[in-house]
Design a protein around this ligand. Structure first.
Ligand SMILES: Nc1ncnc2c1ncn2[C@@H]1O[C@H](COP(=O)(O)OP(=O)(O)O)[C@@H](O)[C@H]1O
Ligand SMILES: [Mg+2]
Length: 260
């Protein structure tokens, strides 16, 4: 991940007598900001669970089974969001400590893609999901758990950053020994000026600030693909949509070493 372009620093470290202290203070303030951001993101789904559960308790006698089901589903979705956030934060922490290693095995990539899309699509039953899976070998060698995590990150972004009635298209292609998994949405898109920084941990584009998120998912997905000897390509047009291509080698048994 060290190859991600960094947004230029506004000022260089000061060289005055207290320069080191000031730099350290700034770094520590920056870390605190990040911890605060993560805590805030965790609190959002937790508050929803709290409010919905209290509503259920208070009004249990007056609610019909349909209402109870609707509220329970909302609680379930918020708990999934919380779980996903915690998983991303833990994986990111492991990745920064160099603690994610490939555990390669043979697996069927088509099954993996179909399962991940079915599970994500199940969270928004009215969302059109178009799958066009072709050109895949019977067996791929890689880490199926990590690759599924990367795919879920990319697909859930496509869902989060587009309206629920807009389709998500997932397709595959093969170029030589490389497999390309393409996830396309017709959502908010990424502003051109933010695009060069979008794989950086904690970076979020200007146009999504009102939506929840940590800015860790995409950098983690990129990291997972790099570990496989693959890559993550992003094309996007603000207001029109985003196309993310996951490039996965057909066989990878030796993990490369990368650090965020
Ligand atoms: N499909 C997409 N459409 C629009 N913007 C996206 C999409 N995927 C990622 N992004 C942008 O990239 C940023 C980083 O993504 P990610 O690391 O998953 O963080 P977040 O927690 O904000 O979703 C997002 O905040 C958003 O600005
Ligand atoms: Mg995300």
């Amino acid at each position: 991940m060290s190859a991600a372009p960094r947004r230029p620093q506004r000022s260089t470290p000061r060289t005055s007598r207290n320069g080191n202290n000031r730099t350290a203070a700034r770094t520590s303030a920056h870390s605190i900001d990040r911890v605060a951001l993560l805590a805030h993101q965790l609190r959002t789904p937790l508050s929803a669970i709290n409010a919905l559960a209290q509503g259920l308790i208070r009004r249990a006698d007056r609610l019909n089974p349909k209402d109870i089901r609707a509220k329970a589903e909302k609680i379930w979705r918020a708990s999934l969001r919380l779980d996903e956030l915690i998983e991303t934060i833990l994986s990111y922490t492991r990745a920064t400590a160099g603690g994610i290693v490939l555990n390669p095995s043979e697996f069927n990539l088509e099954e993996l893609i179909r399962r991940a899309c079915r599970e994500q699509g199940g969270l928004e039953p009215d969302r059109p999901f178009r799958l066009q899976i072709r050109g895949l070998p019977e067996i791929v060698i890689g880490d199926p758990i990590l690759l599924e995590q990367a795919l879920v990150i990319v697909v859930s972004n496509a869902m989060k950053y587009s309206w629920p009635d807009q389709p998500i298209e997932v397709s595959t292609r093969r170029r030589g020994s490389m497999i390309r998994i393409v996830v396309k949405d017709r959502g908010l898109g990424i502003p051109e000026r933010d695009l060069p920084f979008i794989k950086q941990p904690f970076f979020r584009a200007q146009n999504v600030r009102k939506l929840p998120g940590t800015g860790l998912g995409l950098s983690l997905a990129w990291y997972i693909l790099k570990l496989h000897g693959g890559d993550l390509e992003i094309e996007s047009q603000e207001g029109h949509g985003t196309k993310i291509t996951m490039i996965v080698p057909e066989t990878n048994t030796v993990g490369l070493s990368y650090s965020i």
